[in-house]
Design a protein around this ligand. Structure first.
Ligand code: AMP
Length: 215
C-alpha cells in the first residue's frame, strides 16, 4: 500500500503505521524519526533541525524535501510505503506530487486521523521514551507504564520525557499543525484522495483503511 497518514502529533500515525507495515511489507517513513536519528548522530542535518524540533516548529521545507527525495528511491519502498509526518505543508505536498509523478508512483489514498485536542495533549504529556538510543522503547504513564517507574523494561535504562513532549512544546506543535498542516486536508479532499477516520481506536483505523483499500 502507498499511503499518506495525516494527523496532529499524537494522533497515532506511528502506531497505525507499525500495524499496517506488518500486514503487507510496506515500509513506514517517518520524517520525525529520521530527524531524531540525525539529532542523535549530531550530523549537520541534526544540528540544524534540533532547535526547530525543540520549539515545536517545522524544519524548513528544503531540508525535508532533500531527505524525502533520497528516501523514496531506496529499495525497500518498492513494496509500498506509509508516509508518517510528511508532507506537512502545501509546498511539501506539491513537491511530493512532483516526486511521485517522476517516479511513476500512484498513492492509494490519504488518511486523516481525527483525535480531539485534549486527548492528544493527555496522550503526549504522559509519553516516556527509553533514553538508550539503541532501545527507544515507548511507554505511557497512563496506558502502558514501565514495570518500575522511570526505568525501561527492555534494557533497564532511564525513561525520559522528550524535549518536544513537554506541555509547552506540545501546544506549540498543535498550533503549528493547525496553521501549516491542516490545510492539507482540504488539499487532498479536492484531489478526491482523502478519507477521514476517528483516530481514537487503532483497530478501527486499521480496519477502515483495509476496507477502503479493498473496495
Ligand atoms: P513528529 O515525530 O512527526 O511529530 O516530528 C517531530 C518534529 O520533527 C516536528 O515537530 C518537526 O519539528 C519535525 N518534522 C517532522 N517531519 C517534518 C516535516 N515533514 N516537515 C517539517 N518538519 C518536520
Amino acid at each position: 500500500m502507498r499511503l499518506i497518514l495525516l494527523g496532529a502529533p499524537g494522533a497515532g500515525k506511528g502506531t497505525v503505521s507499525k500495524v499496517l507495515t506488518e500486514l503487507d511489507g510496506s515500509v513506514q517513513i517517518s520524517t520525525g524519526d529520521i530527524l531524531r536519528g540525525a539529532v542523535k548522530a549530531e550530523s549537520e542535518l541534526g544540528k540544524t533541525a534540533k532547535g526547530y524540533m525543540n520549539r515545536g516548529e517545522l524544519v524548513p521545507d528544503d531540508l525535508i524535501l532533500g531527505i524525502m527525495e533520497q528516501r523514496l528511491l531506496e529499495d525497500d519502498c518498492k513494496n509500498g510505503f506509509l508516509l508518517d509526518g510528511f508532507p506537512r505543508t502545501i509546498a511539501q505536498a506539491d513537491a511530493l506530487g512532483e516526486m511521485l509523478t517522476k517516479l511513476e508512483i500512484e498513492l492509494d489514498m490519504v488518511v486523516e486521523l481525527q483525535v480531539p485536542r485534549d486527548e492528544i495533549v493527555a496522550r503526549l504529556t504522559s509519553r516516556r521514551t527509553c533514553s538508550n538510543s539503541t532501545c527507544q522503547a515507548i511507554y505511557n504513564t497512563r496506558f502502558k507504564p514501565s514495570k518500575v517507574e522511570g526505568i525501561c523494561d527492555v534494557c533497564g535504562s532511564e525513561t525520559i520525557q522528550r524535549d518536544d513532549e513537554t506541555e509547552t512544546a506540545i501546544l506549540q506543535r498543535l498550533d503549528t499543525y493547525d496553521e501549516q498542516t491542516s490545510p492539507l486536508v482540504e488539499y487532498y479532499k479536492n484531489q478526491d484522495m482523502l478519507i477521514s477516520v476517528d483516530g481514537t481506536s487503532t483497530d478501527t483505523v486499521v480496519s477502515t483503511i483495509q476496507d477502503n483499500l479493498s473496495s
